[in-house]
Design a binder for this molecule. Structure first.
Ligand code: KIV
Length: 257
């Protein structure tokens, strides 16, 4: 699909204070639906591992997985800004690893990359932005270490969260995801920094909201409790497939000439 001029990180940053929707996507077909619905910021999250690839956590997701699915989302869209996650294992060891992995995502068409962590990864964010690669940060609950050890407990430590938010902003991130942060604390963080906060399970005060597409459309059975399910696409698919199976068994599909 030919690309028009895509929304830039600068334009997203300028949305600070105006609520906007962000949605994940993992393939060209559903990314096209997201864009046609008027959502112009799409995250190819490593939630890919659970909702599409059937893993229990994000730890098994590889850089090749993100390149393949990030590229598919880019090919399925025209003007959306596509953020692609740096998966676990691609940026823990050092800045050079992070920049190399991010370049692979940019070559696949990513407009920016996202990585998890605040103060701990500020140097990585600075290295990526110095290499010309726009970065969306991700603080609060961090699914990559949470799946391994730290758990998915809601974040309520004001001083730590504010320090993380300020560190990623100072390092050059153009936006920051706040995952499962106490709603009052999200409001404080959103006030304290000049880049947009993108909330997931973090209350209404964030500048933007993001949901995992398969949770929102009813395609994943283990959605977290804060998710609003906007459709039951599993139900629609099962019903259509039952109709097809019944027609084949009855000999009514394909129709006889
Ligand atoms: O991987 C993902 O989909 C994410 C969102 C939950 C923000 O990081």
């Amino acid at each position: 699909m030919a690309s028009e001029k895509r929304l830039t990180p600068g334009a997203i940053r300028a949305r600070k204070g105006t609520p906007f929707p962000v949605m994940t996507a993992y393939d060209a077909a559903l990314a096209r639906c997201v864009e046609e619905a008027g959502i112009d910021v799409i995250l190819v999250g490593d939630s890919l591992g659970m909702v599409v690839l059937g893993y229990a956590t994000t730890a098994a997701v590889s850089l090749d997985d993100m390149v393949r699915h990030g590229g598919a989302v880019v090919r399925g869209t025209r003007r959306a800004h596509v953020i692609v996650d740096l998966p676990f294992g691609t940026y823990e060891a050092g800045d050079e690893d992070a920049v190399r992995a991010a370049i692979a995502l940019v070559r696949a068409g990513a407009g920016s990359v996202k990585l998890e962590g605040g103060v701990r990864v500020a140097a990585r964010i600075a290295a990526l932005t110095a290499a010309g690669i726009p970065v969306c940060a991700h603080i609060g609950v961090l699914p990559q270490p949470a799946g391994l050890d730290t758990g998915f407990r809601r974040k309520t430590d004001t001083a730590a969260l504010l320090a993380d938010a300020r560190a990623v902003e100072a390092a050059g991130a153009f936006a920051v995801v706040l995952e499962m942060v106490d709603a009052q604390l999200s409001a404080e963080v959103t006030q304290a920094i000049a880049i947009p906060t993108i909330g997931i399970g973090s209350g209404p005060a964030c500048d933007a909201q993001v949901l995992v597409l398969h949770d929102a459309l009813g395609l994943y059975p283990n959605a977290p409790p804060f998710v609003k399910q906007y459709a039951d696409l599993s139900g629609v698919a099962i019903s259509a497939l039952r109709d097809y199976a019944a027609e084949v068994r009855a000999g009514t599909f394909p129709p006889r000439p």
